[in-house]
Design a protein around this ligand. Structure first.
Ligand SMILES: Cc1cc2nc3c(=O)[nH]c(=O)nc-3n(C[C@H](O)[C@H](O)[C@H](O)COP(=O)(O)O)c2cc1C
Length: 169
């Protein structure tokens, strides 16, 4: 797939087939994240793949979100190692976001679907110990929901470039 086609055709996927995601494929896709742009090469991204027991424990904590926690075939938490420097922290969040975009594009190009999820429960303090993270050291940026797409979601429309581009003399 051409990169331009992948960028335009990638969609957020919420409905997955029952087919499991091979571990090798998942790791290939996560590796794409490691090649993101990153000022100062701080490599602030961390990935936590949640196994069935951890997901069940989370689902027990957040019964109202049980479906969201158990529905994806694989669930990976992306966190940011927190710098003490406010500017580095800001730039690191951008770098982690770039990593996630790389992952989303790599997944799509391999036929794998992804949802970047940041529901309220994903940010609550109680969530951190449940997935082995220390909120003083790391910030949860995303819960990545993976699975093979069941259907093709429609594309939310985008503003035309002319509406968001300013050209200065
Ligand atoms: C920081 C961030 C957080 C997001 N959180 C959620 C979420 O919690 N739930 C959800 O359904 N989609 C979430 N999304 C996905 C957006 O809703 C989606 O990208 C948008 O609707 C555009 O659709 P597309 O990705 O198919 O182009 C998130 C995206 C980003 C960048």
């Amino acid at each position: 797939m051409e990169i331009d086609e992948t960028i335009r055709q990638r969609r957020t996927v919420k409905n997955f087939t029952p087919e499991p995601v091979p571990r090798e494929l998942l790791e290939q896709v996560l590796e794409a994240g490691l090649w993101a742009q990153n000022h100062g090469m701080t490599e602030p991204w961390r990935f936590t793949l949640l196994g069935p027991e951890t997901r069940e424990a989370l689902a027990k904590m957040y019964e109202h979100s049980r479906h969201k926690i158990m529905n994806p075939r694989e669930l990976v938490v992306v966190s940011q190692v927190l710098s003490n420097d406010e500017n580095v922290r800001r730039e690191d969040y951008a770098a982690v976001s770039c990593a996630i975009q790389n992952i989303a594009l790599a997944a799509w190009s391999k036929g794998l679907g992804l949802l970047w999820s940041t529901g309220k429960w994903t940010r609550l303090a109680e969530t951190y110990p449940g997935i082995g993270l220390d909120p003083a050291r790391e910030d949860i940026v995303a819960f990545l929901n993976f699975g093979f797409p069941d259907g093709t979601p429609s594309a939310p429309p985008r503003k035309p470039l002319a509406e968001v581009l300013t050209v200065l003399p």
